[in-house]
Design a protein. Structure first.
Length: 342
């Protein structure tokens, strides 16, 4: 069964629960057992050939990962850590169909962790293997697949919005995220200590707030907060202006971009992607939060034009189950069928 078919089968349950579903599509082979180790792609496919696991597992990691620097795989095998740039690490969760990527950015004095993943395996030990700097968490938004490990940390920055405060106070109950641990959603058994019958997203404590345009000084590395509501009310992006890097969260990633949940505001999303697209000439690399960790900056203006054209009714999409999907080169827009277009 392909990952796309798994997505279609689980989508009704995920929509009923009001949480995002899979952000990915069919992938490719890659490495799993260490930097430069021989035969790693073959080993990954052999491990995934277990008939008790979904067939889509043998297609991960995606081909793009073969060109990246694999720093290490976590002891429990849940996280693959890639060194993308000096001081910039992608913490990838390929064992679950969301394919979440959290980001660790290092300065001389402090580190920033952008998102904490699914919470199915502890992320803090992975971070501590990379750095002993004091770590602050900032979420690109508070959907469940981005805040699962927040409770492991004692320094958390956030936008001051009702949406953010609600999820900090309550987390997500098991009933809201049960589909995330369904057997077809996993590429392997859950890590020790995580039970599919009780899995939930734990509450966390916000220790400080940020606003649009704020700068975070990590010591020799300055990051700028850019609010980008639309996909979620508290969505944001983070700009590293001196290195031409933009961490896009879920405002952009390669795959079907979800723009149909009750949290989505298409007017706000269109404004946000236009805001981010204006940065493209100054950027070297986009660093998204799902599927593959790098993308060229030219895709932001393409995204902005795609959103405009879809909402203006200039495109013909593929309709299925009350949704319409508009396909482009490297990404698609998945929207409610009555949100515009044909």
């Amino acid at each position: 069964m392909s990952r796309e078919r798994i997505f279609r089968r689980l989508l009704p349950a995920l929509l009923l629960l009001g949480v995002p579903a899979c952000h990915g599509r069919q992938g490719g082979s890659g490495r799993t057992d260490g930097p430069g180790a021989p035969g790693t792609a073959l080993a990954a496919r052999a491990a995934a050939a277990d008939s008790t696991l979904p067939a889509w597992c043998r297609n991960l990691p995606r081909p793009a990962y073969d060109t990246l620097d694999l720093a290490f795989v976590s002891k429990d095998g849940w996280f693959q850590v890639y060194r993308i740039r000096p001081g910039v690490y992608a913490l990838y969760e390929p064992q679950q169909f969301q394919e979440v990527i959290s980001w660790l950015v290092l300065g001389r004095e402090r580190a920033l962790l952008l998102d904490t993943g699914m919470g199915m395996a502890p992320i803090r030990p992975v971070v501590e293997r990379i750095t002993d700097l004091p770590v602050t968490v900032l979420n690109t938004h508070t959907h469940p697949d981005h805040i699962g490990g927040n409770h492991e940390f004692d320094r958390i920055l956030a936008l001051d919005t009702p949406f953010t405060r609600k999820h900090a106070r309550e987390g997500y109950a098991h009933e809201e995220v049960a589909a995330q641990v369904a057997s077809d959603a996993l590429c392997r058994p859950l890590p020790d200590g995580t039970d599919s019958a009780t899995y939930r997203i734990q509450p966390f404590r916000i220790t400080g707030t940020v606003s649009d345009g704020d700068s975070l000084d990590l010591g020799g590395r300055r990051l700028v907060i850019l609010t980008a509501p639309g996909h979620a009310p508290d969505a944001l992006a983070v700009l590293d202006p001196n290195h031409g890097l933009l961490f896009t969260g879920d405002s952009f990633y390669q795959g079907p971009i979800y723009l149909f949940s009750g949290d989505t505001d298409l007017d706000a999303y269109q404004r946000s992607v236009e805001k981010l697209a204006a940065l493209a000439p100054r950027l070297e690399l986009l660093l998204p939060s799902h599927n593959t960790p790098t993308a060229p900056p030219r895709m932001l203006p393409q995204l902005a034009e795609a959103v405009r054209a879809a909402r203006a009714g200039e495109l013909t999409g593929t309709r299925s189950g009350g949704r319409v999907e508009y396909d482009f080169d490297g990404f698609s827009l998945l929207m409610d069928a009555d949100a515009g277009g044909r």
